[in-house]
Ligand binder design. Structure first.
Ligand code: ADP
Length: 471
């Protein structure tokens, strides 16, 4: 059931009736009043004119003449003398009693006052009456009464009332149609949005709501469309992620399977060969374990379920510790680790172990992808409340078009090379997450063959109190 339509329709129609009914009544009253006044004025005018004519004439026949004129023109009139006796009657229906004038009225007339009244004959017909005194030379000599049936007025008013009702009904149906169109206009896009949203909810993420209006409904449609795009992106990346995960897991497992089989079936000819295979098995199980560990970490971070132990830490101390761990590997490759730290830097509010993990990871990468030259760590205050740390190397570099992807999960610039180094492709994704969880930013710039530079910025103000103890 189209409920908005009924609500809107009901409201409009009620409003319409509330306005139309009193309006009709008022118009009716105005018209009735108008016609009554008009008739009253007409007979007043006539009675005055006749009264004046009689008063100004000295001819006693004038009364008779007026009676004749009344008969001739169909005017209903009665002329009375000074004691209230009818001396001329024209057109007066027999249903009206001729003894119309009460003593009180005669008195009024004698005081030169006019009379207005409404009388009803024996058959129930109503008449407006206008009575005027006849004043001859200053003395009261009688009066003239003109009657006018109000039936004509009633007929006119009935016609007008009929017209008012007819136009009211017309307007009502017009409003009904208008309401129908309006509510359809309102509800149609809503229904379309509902249908599309249902489709989206069922998984048809190509569905888009086609509402192009610029009002609230239009923006609701836009939000739903954006949601569908976002959902699709999420679904696509999720499938891509699962494909990547299974691929990454499959590779070491294939190695493990293959080499255990070789060993089990005693296919290795020499002891050294056996040793080599065992080494590979060990290496691949290590990679598998790392992969699972990294995946788990990343998943926890993405769900916001990682617990960081925030405290005031000294970055210099942490960086020196990371450098110390990396130094051994660097030495093996003949690479120097240089440190250039600004002194008296403020403490940072972060998780010391996680910060160490970030730099160990960056330093390992730098050493891993550098064959000669150096790896340099620079730390300086960037502004009052930020510290900048740069990790740069003179290694193989990253092609410019790939630079923007390196923080993505499983993205590796040179797949075989990364594998060779035992990388999982998750390292930088984890680094980025950890930096962001501590309110920092990370970016990379590089030139192939020249080296790579990672720039990190951390706030020195405690902005993470609320994360404290987060699970
Ligand atoms: P991986 O485990 O493969 O090292 P990472 O997420 O740590 O994965 O890095 C992603 C990719 O970025 C690496 O495969 C590598 O190609 C590139 N990369 C990272 N650090 C450096 C660097 N310092 N020099 C050159 N390439 C780098």
């Amino acid at each position: 059931m189209n409920r908005i339509m009924f609500k809107v329709g009901g409201t409009i129609i009620s409003l319409f009736l509330v306005i139309l009914l009193p309006l009709g009544f008022v118009v009716d009253q105005i018209f009735s009043g108008f016609y009554y006044n008009k008739m009253q004025a007409e007979i007043d005018q006539l009675s005055s004119r006749y009264a004046d004519t009689i008063a100004q004439s000295s001819n006693p026949m004038t009364t008779k003449m007026i009676e004749m004129m009344g008969n001739f023109t169909g005017t209903k009139l009665v002329i009375v003398n000074s004691i209230g006796e009818s001396i001329a009657i024209a057109n007066l229906p027999s249903t009206i009693s001729t003894q119309l004038i009460t003593a009180g009225e005669l008195k009024l007339l004698s005081r030169h006052q006019a009379i207005h009244k409404e009388v009803m004959d024996t058959s129930g017909k109503r008449f407006l009456v206008s009575g005027k005194p006849i004043i001859q030379n200053g003395t009261f000599s009688g009066g003239i009464f003109i009657f006018s049936s109000v039936d004509g007025i009633h007929e006119t008013i009935r016609k007008i009332r009929y017209l008012i009702i007819l136009s009211g009904i017309g307007a009502f149906f017009l409003a009904l149609g208008f309401t129908f169109i309006l509510s359809k206009k309102l509800t149609d896009p809503l229904l379309r949005i509902e249908q599309a949203t249902r489709k989206i909810a069922k998984g048809d993420l190509q569905t888009r709501v086609k509402v192009a209006t610029k009002d609230e409904i239009g923006s609701l449609a836009q939000v739903i469309n954006d949601l569908a795009v976002e959902l699709k992106r999420f679904r696509d990346t999720r499938s891509e992620f699962f494909a990547n995960v299974s691929h990454e897991l499959r590779t070491p497992i294939t190695y493990l399977e293959g080499y255990t089989k070789v060993l089990k079936e005693n296919m290795a000819e020499t002891e050294e060969e056996k040793e080599l295979y065992l080494d590979i098995i060990h290496q691949e199980s290590g990679r598998l374990a790392r992969l699972i560990h990294d995946l788990f970490e990343l998943a926890k971070m993405e769900e916001g379920k990682i617990a960081l132990n925030f405290e005031w830490v000294d970055l210099t101390e942490i960086l020196e510790k990371s450098a110390l761990t990396a130094r051994l590997k660097a030495k093996e490759k003949g690479i120097k680790i240089q440190m250039d730290f600004q002194e008296h830097l403020p403490l940072m509010y972060g998780d010391g172990l996680r910060i160490e993990q970030i730099f160990t990871n960056l330093l390992n990468n730098a050493i891993r992808y550098t064959e000669r030259g150096y790896v340099k760590i620079i730390m300086q205050g960037l502004n009052v409340d930020e510290i900048q740390i740069v990790v740069e190397d003179t290694g193989i570099g990253i092609p410019e078009d790939e630079l923007s992807y390196i923080f993505e999960r499983f993205y590796r610039v040179e797949k075989s090379r990364s594998r060779e180094h035992g990388g999982t492709g998750l390292g930088l994704a984890i680094v980025k997450k950890l930096v962001e969880l501590q309110g920092g930013r990370i970016s990379a710039s590089s030139e192939v063959g020249q080296g790579t530079r990672f720039e990190l910025t951390f706030p020195t103000k405690a902005i993470h109190h609320e994360r404290e103890g987060e699970q």
